[in-house]
Design a protein around this ligand. Structure first.
Ligand SMILES: Cc1ncc(COP(=O)(O)O)c(C=O)c1O
Length: 429
């Protein structure tokens, strides 16, 4: 856990956090849409552009240096994701683009009537690419519903959706709308039991939870560094044998082996260099606050320690937010609201405020220098399943480890101001 007296030091490493509006610190609660980055990330990006900027596989020093950066980033990302080797890590533009590419490659192996399981809780980037295979390959899509009372997956429904024709189970690790953590280990085991592959969307889990792709046993796992304190990029873990076996859509001169065969076109070298800066920051965090002595060469141990320290820190923030939001008049919070179940969620909260549309609330907060999201944030099915699509969805507030308890108080105070007092009927004469 990060001690509260060390939080100013953490925050000082994120230049964006010094932004002010109307004399007050700007309050970033838009982490689920993209987090801020530490100075090391910015410096690593600038250093790459100043010194190593070159294309791949040239016979000259800057190209060799750039390739060394890419190789190191694959190795570091493998450590972050718990992959067995750097060859199991693929960089791409973002999670959505990677998922369209992978799902199309998987689609090539499907036969008419093969089944794909998707969920109502997932971001549309782990739904729409699979729905496309209905049209293109005659695949049958089966849905796992949510339990509307706490926005958790209907696991009995998942059991029923699985069968001998299931080829893929696409599921999120944590909901980007309501923060639910799904029982992914169990889901992977259930999918494998019927011989299906698993495609895990860890985009919203990555800033909050330690990821161990190999221990999960998942076939694929995707996330986006810009959601976990890095630059705009996408990241895929794929089981080695599958990355080799599946046919990629690629240009002929590009590598035939993974990861190169999946990394379409020229990679954004400066972003990948920046990601190394992010891993550097997280490694520092893990060694500083992880609690145990970590071997200087063990990057994976330091990264896991960082994520465990982050998780422990966020637990306190999540409990405080549950209480503070619960006390705002007219506020209805969706998802897991029982503090006893805090370990089943990440600190991402979605709610409505009586008498105000989510856009009005977000605009009012924005005027006060508080950044939050409203709408469906592409959790398209969930917002419809909750019947909120016609009324503007929900307001979403996302906390990460650099947020402070005082910021939650400031949010709650602003929401109390924005909440319309219940109309008092005019006195009759
Ligand atoms: C849970 C989840 N999955 C997928 C995505 C899509 O990620 P990207 O923007 O990298 O395509 C997001 C982005 O908001 C997300 O929150």
């Amino acid at each position: 856990m990060i001690p509260s007296d060390r939080l100013p030091h953490i925050r000082s490493q994120f230049p964006a956090l010094s932004r002010r509006q109307d004399g007050r610190p700007y309050l970033y609660l838009d982490g689920p849409g993209g987090t801020q980055v530490p100075r090391r990330t910015i410096e690593a990006m600038a250093a790459y552009l100043e010194r190593n900027n070159a294309n791949h596989e040239g016979a000259f020093p800057t190209s060799e240096e750039s390739d060394a950066v890419l190789a190191e980033a694959h190795a570091a990302a493998a450590d972050f994701l718990g992959a067995d080797s750097a060859g199991e890590v693929v960089f791409g533009q973002n999670m959505t683009t990677i998922t369209f590419a992978l799902s199309r490659a998987i689609g090539r192996t499907l036969r008419q009537g093969d089944e794909i399981v998707v969920t109502r809780l997932d971001h549309d980037a782990n739904v729409a690419p699979w729905l496309a295979l209905q049209e293109e390959r005659g695949a049958v899509v089966r849905w796992v519903e949510i339990r509307p009372d706490d926005c958790t997956l209907d696991m009995a429904g998942l059991e029923r959706a699985l069968g001998p024709r299931t080829r893929v189970v696409a599921v999120g690790m944590a909901s980007n709308a309501v923060g639910t953590i799904n029982p992914v280990s169990r889901i992977v085991a259930m999918a494998h039991h019927v011989g299906a592959w698993t495609y895990v969307d860890a985009v919203h889990a990555a800033p909050h939870l330690a990821i161990d792709a190999a221990a999960l046993g998942t076939d694929f796992l995707v996330c986006s560094p810009y959601k976990f304190f890095g630059p705009h990029l996408g990241l895929l873990y794929g089981r080695r044998e599958l990355l080799h076996r599946l046919a990629a859509y690629k240009v002929r001169p590009a590598a035939d082996e993974p990861p190169g065969k999946w990394e379409t076109g020229t990679l954004p070298g400066e972003s990948i260099a920046g990601l190394l800066g992010t891993f550097d920051y997280l490694e520092w965090l893990g060694r500083e606050f992880g609690g145990a002595q970590i071997d200087a060469t063990d990057r994976r141990a330091a990264l896991v320690a960082a994520m465990l320290a982050i998780r422990a820190t966020e637990r306190g923030l999540a409990l405080q937010a549950l209480t503070a939001l619960g006390e705002v008049p007219g506020l209805t919070l969706r998802g897991i609201v029982d503090p006893a179940r805090i370990d089943d969620r990440v600190p991402t909260f979605a709610f409505t405020l009586a008498g105000r549309t989510p856009r009005e609330v977000a605009t009012e907060l924005g005027r006060r220098g508080i950044a939050v999201w409203d709408g469906d944030y592409y959790a398209y099915e969930l917002i419809r399943a909750l019947g909120l699509d016609e009324s503007g969805g929900m307001v979403r507030v996302g906390l990460v480890h650099y947020n402070e308890p005082a910021e939650i108080e400031r949010l709650a105070q602003a929401l109390r101001e924005i909440a319309r007092p219940t109309a008092v009927p005019a006195p009759t004469r």
